[in-house]
Design a protein around this ligand. Structure first.
Ligand SMILES: *Cc1c(COP(=O)(O)O)cnc(C)c1O
Length: 347
């Protein structure tokens, strides 16, 4: 049976071209700065983000952690969304490991933070308060439905941050999905921010890694922090080689994933008992629930789907996230729709 894994785009395996590039990669000791493949990936990344420098990091979680620690001292405060990945899903690392305090503002349904909320959250200089140092945005915003954050909004937050002497970090794990959906370059989207992380290992299908980009001085600080966290790697050019293919070959095709997510949503919308989130999909994620009237539990439906080779992400009671990616073709979309129809059919 063909397995249709819609749990996440992190399940993507490297393409044959990546495996070949990995096998042939020129490598060296990156802690000495001597891995030519990593150096090339970092330069390419910085260029694509319009920043001075880049740093290859083992994961997106570590990328955001390194960024926050490079911007903030212990006791400083970062303003972020209540649905931000860094707040929800990074094991509290910024606080546990960095002593950085978080100020969580309500994530709006469109994935933004209200500008007036940000303004109100910036602390006055008073010894009772932590020092507001950083604002963090996320694009695409995962828990708000994979929604795309627009360029004008990002510019407005950048302007506000810089007027108030703050820095702006962008968790751009899926920034290329946002760029492709908006028809702009990632560079334009990252222009207003001081630092940006993006994942090579999601829709871009590389096996491992993220890149943090920012000013030369910022990346120098980030480099030391990555080492402190144990993220200094040696001959990781074998990983970076796949990342280079990801940036060269896998960005523009993300549009196909977005189209397939639309087809998947259209197919599911016709099945009695399924309710799609309003507006879904914005990019490569379909958010849906099935109704209580089906008389089925989340577990039962998940199990029935799995029996038909379809794996889904459970994000709540009777609620699923379905993510399209390189290994989901048109036939896989049809298989998923048919599996949902069969699973929800009255018993
Ligand atoms: C996946 C993801 C990350 C970090 O991912 P890792 O699994 O640690 O590589 C960070 N932010 C967002 C929005 C993500 O979706």
């Amino acid at each position: 049976m063909n397995i249709v894994d819609l749990r996440s785009d992190t399940v993507t395996k490297p393409t044959p071209e990546m495996r070949q590039a990995m096998a042939q990669a020129e490598v060296g000791d990156d802690v000495y700065g001597e891995d030519p493949t990593i150096n090339r990936l970092q330069e390419m990344s910085a260029e694509m983000m319009g920043k001075e420098a880049g740093l290859f990091i083992p994961s997106g979680t570590m990328g955001n952690l390194v960024a926050v620690l490079a911007h903030c001292q212990r006791g400083d405060e970062v303003i972020l969304g209540s649905k931000a990945h860094t707040f929800l899903f990074e094991a509290g690392g910024i606080s546990a490991l960095g002593g950085v305090h978080s100020c969580q503002l309500a994530s709006q349904p469109d994935g933004t933070l209200a500008l007036e909320d940000i303004r109100a959250a910036i602390r006055a200089d008073d010894p009772h308060y932590p020092i507001t140092r950083l604002i963090a945005l996320e694009n695409t915003q995962n828990r708000c439905g994979g929604v795309v954050i627009g360029l004008e909004y990002t510019q407005a937050v950048g302007k506000l941050a810089h007027e108030r002497g703050l820095s702006l970090h962008l968790d751009g794990a899926r920034i290329f999905n946002a760029a492709v959906a908006l028809g702009v370059s990632a560079r334009e989207l990252a222009e207003p921010v001081d630092s940006v992380t993006f994942c090579l290992s999601k829709g871009l299908s590389a096996p491992v890694g993220s890149v943090l980009c920012g000013s030369g001085e910022f990346i120098q600080r980030a480099h030391r922090i990555r080492k402190q966290l144990g993220g200094g790697m040696r001959q990781a050019g074998v990983l970076a080689a796949a990342g280079i293919i990801a940036l060269e070959k896998m960005v523009d095709r993300l549009a196909e994933d977005h189209t397939r997510a639309k087809h998947l949503a259209q197919g599911l919308a016709n099945i009695p008992g399924i309710v799609l989130d309003a507006g879904t999909p914005y990019t490569n994620m379909v958010f849906m629930e099935f109704t209580e009237e089906t008389g089925l539990s989340t577990r039962q439906v998940t199990q029935r789907l799995a029996e038909q080779g379809v794996l889904v992400g459970v994000v709540g009671t009777r609620r699923f996230r379905l993510v399209t990616h390189y290994w989901i073709d048109d036939q896989a979309v049809e298989q998923a729709i048919a599996a949902f129809a069969a699973s929800l059919r009255a018993v």
